[in-house]
Design a protein around this ligand. Sequence first.
Ligand SMILES: O=P(O)(O)OC[C@H]1O[C@H](O[C@H]2O[C@H](CO)[C@@H](O)[C@H](O)[C@H]2O)[C@H](O)[C@@H](O)[C@@H]1O
Length: 263
Amino acid sequence: MTPILSMAGREAVLEIARGRALLALDFDGTLAPIVPDRNAARVRSDTAGLLRTAALMYPCAVVSGRSRGDVASRLPRVPLVAVIGNHGAEAAFGPLDRGLERQVAAWHGPLSDALAATQGVDVEDKYFSIAVHYRAAPSWDLARRRILDAAARLGNVRIFDGHAVVNLVPADAPTKADALEDLSRRLGARAVAYVGDDATDEEAFRSGAVTYPVRIGHGRETAARFALPDQAAIDDLLRALIAARAQQDGLGARWEGLVRVMG
Ligand SMILES: O=P(O)(O)OC[C@H]1O[C@H](O[C@H]2O[C@H](CO)[C@@H](O)[C@H](O)[C@H]2O)[C@H](O)[C@@H](O)[C@@H]1O
């Protein structure tokens, strides 16, 4: 992987700016730091100002495992071209697939019953998928095993891990990769940069639609070609992308004032 903020990665940043690529970003662990309470997750004010500025210069989208409404409420005044929720299952455009919602609704009862006696487990029902969190469980191993056992008894389900969470999505629902391919086609994007931090982002990194896949964090096997060291570095990447685009538009250093106004 090439560190995207290195001299070698600089060429990719310039290409993204020259082509005014679609910037697609994951939320938890990418735009917002991971925190113990999922309801408390928020974007730092510096990141928000940078993202609002970047979204004036590039088409920007957020592709999250959260529900669309939840993630949009955490990004006020950001002029996004699209918000995709539920790991791709909740599309940005067009009618939503109510069949997926019915399938997920039928999982809720059996899951809650099966996990009622497992301490520290939190079932987050997002209508198009369910996240079963075990961050507060005394034994993560035991909780995860019980969640996987309960999930295996549900029909037609795609099961995958995240940060102290097991995700359950209808097997035939669109993935983050499908959603990005659809969005890129609709926008006629010449290139797509996608930044994510989690196992669920790997399918997007592998997608042919994603020209610049960027993974946050070290030491994991990944299909991403570019790396950012940690979540805090998202500010540096947004700053580099804004500066490169400002250079193209002949704005000089005036972008810095714009970021302050947008913050
Ligand atoms: O695709 P993402 O935007 O990264 O969303 C992935 C999941 O994020 C949330 O859970 C994770 O973040 C929480 C807050 O930092 C953390 O407490 C939890 O342990 C993480 O798993 C969200 O609650 C899920 O619905 C998303 O699928």
